[in-house]
Design a binder for this molecule. Structure first.
Ligand code: NAD
Length: 480
């Protein structure tokens, strides 16, 4: 008997969780449950994290967590519990297998069979956001080398273990040369360790367009958090419905299984939700905890149900379906088919399925890099000033140790030699470089800021400009 933690969540969560538990029981899964309360009820009781200390304890103790979707209330400082859970438990990999069940579930892409491996802890989802001026807000995009190494190596390991042929990396490194550039570089490095797996990189925009147009050309996709979030929904939707795909979130200490969709408040309580995605998550979980026979039994009965045309509203099509089923009827139909195998859709065999294994990550010995401070970007709040006039003000800060190198507005160079027609907000990046020597000292940096205060220049933040091993490690201005 394996003890796991479950949470019924919000919206359609309780309906699809009850359906899943009913099916697990009927199929003979050897499971004991600790149920925890998370989500809307906890948020609205004044806990902005949406989860109590007791719930954390149960989840950490059992290490396997089956979670129904929850609702994150809008505004009010409520943090997404999904993001919190993934990050707090170190669940760095979000894995979303998706395939088409053509012709029983309508899809324009009968050959679709894709696994999206999405980085789960970093990127714009670090949730570090600030309003900096009246007109400008920012969100910090953080990408780390260990983060890239862990997710990319996992994607290749997954491909090897699951007989996949190719791993495609999606990034936008033509624009974000530091952050996405690092992701792409690490992908190129790690792919060399897996010569039997084909590897390719695509810029995310055209890559995603190709996924939507010809998904049969893709196999495993590895990408960073935001792109992964988007591409996995695209893949699930074009496979048939977001209501069909399960996923797992994996770390060294715990695994969380869930549907990829949300709490669907628009259909909550109507007994019409498709429980398939959570059922798929439960099937993945059964394989992971060493009950592959039960997983196989459920999966084949589920496929047979789809094949027999018993469909919930989201996938119901008059010409393909034989019965429009409620959540409950759909679940009962699967239970009735336990022990049967599909005739036309390919039956599954999980006999050789291994638990979702994870080798502990050991940070590579990083060679010490020669870091040199070349200058500083000082961000300034100033509404309505012209760039040339701002430059006159800023030059008063220079002293004999720094010189103003450029000013950009939203990344576009506006001084020196800017264009009249460039639209400027109140948010200016003012780049100062060390004058007449190789480096700027921290003391000079502070002096520069003191000069700014003296000249009544409203500094809102600074970013140090470094070279690492002599290589420039900051972006130039657009047009510079
Ligand atoms: P959603 O996935 O809940 O719904 C999108 C659309 O898909 C809706 O039309 C919905 O009716 C339909 N749909 C989703 N699941 C379905 C199912 N099983 N059967 C039939 N139809 C289904 O996305 P949303 O509307 O953007 O988000 C609603 C709430 O869910 C928000 O509060 C959001 O924060 C939360 N959410 C939670 C999770 C999670 O818990 N992992 C993930 C995404 C969104």
């Amino acid at each position: 008997m394996k003890r796991i933690t479950i949470a019924k969540g919000d919206g359609i969560g309780p309906e699809i969780m009850d359906a899943t538990l009913q099916l697990l029981k009927a199929a003979g899964a050897e499971l004991a449950y600790d149920e925890v309360k998370i989500g809307e009820e906890v948020y609205l009781s004044g806990n902005t994290s949406g989860i109590t200390k007791d719930a954390w304890e149960k989840i950490r103790q059992n290490k396997v967590f089956l979670k129904a979707p929850i609702t994150t209330p809008q505004g009010g400082g409520y943090k997404s519990l999904n993001v919190t859970a993934r990050k707090s438990l170190g669940l760095f990999a979000n894995v979303r297998p998706c395939r088409s069940y053509h012709p029983y579930v309508q899809s324009k892409h009968p050959q679709l069979d894709i696994v999206v491996v999405r980085e789960n802890e970093e990127d714009l989802y670090a949730g570090i956001e600030h309003q900096q001026t009246a007109e400008v807000v920012q969100c910090l995009k953080l990408i780390s080398r260990p983060g890239c190494e862990k997710i990319i190596r996992y994607a290749f390991e997954y491909a090897v273990k699951n007989n996949r042929k190719k791993v495609t990396c999606l990034s936008k490194d033509n624009i974000m040369k530091q952050t996405d550039g690092l992701f792409h570089r690490v992908f190129d490095e790690i792919s060399k360790d897996y010569p039997t797996i084909q590897s390719e990189h695509m810029i995310v925009d055209i890559g995603m367009a190709k996924v939507a147009d010809s998904p049969e050309d893709f196999d495993v996709i590895v990408t960073s958090n935001l792109y992964g979030d988007i591409v996995s929904d695209v893949v699930a939707q074009i496979a048939g419905s977001v209501g069909m795909a399960g996923s797992f979130n994996l770390g060294e200490h715990a695994v969380m299984f869930e549907a990829i969709h949300g709490s669907a408040p628009d259909i909550a309580g109507k007994n019409m939700a498709n429980p398939s995605a959570l059922i798929q998550a439960a099937v993945l979980m059964l394989c992971h905890i060493g009950q592959p026979k039960v997983a196989e039994k459920i999966q084949n009965a589920w496929l047979k149900t789809l094949e027999d045309g018993i469909h919930t509203a989201d996938i119901y099509k008059e010409e393909l379906s034989s019965k429009l089923a409620s959540t409950q009827e759909f679940t009962e139909s699967i239970i009735m088919r336990l022990g049967q195998i599909p005739k036309k859709l390919k039956a599954v065999s999980y006999e050789n399925s291994a638990p979702i294994e994870l080798k502990p990550y050991h940070r590579k010995e990083v060679q010490k890099q020669e870091k040199s401070l070349k200058g500083v970007d000082i961000f300034v709040d100033n509404m309505g000033i012209k760039a040339d006039d701002l430059a006159v003000e800023l030059k008063k800060m220079e002293g004999d140790f720094a010189s103003l190198n450029m000013i950009t507005n939203r990344g576009v160079k506006v001084w020196p030699n800017g264009f009249e027609e460039t639209y400027c907000t109140d948010h200016w990046r003012c780049r100062f470089l060390a004058k007449n020597k190789e480096q700027m000292s921290k003391e000079e940096l502070i002096k520069l800021l003191q000069n700014a205060v003296k000249e009544k220049i409203d500094v809102i933040k600074t970013e140090n400009l470094y070279t690492f091993n002599g290589e420039t490690a900051y972006s130039l201005g657009q047009g510079q």
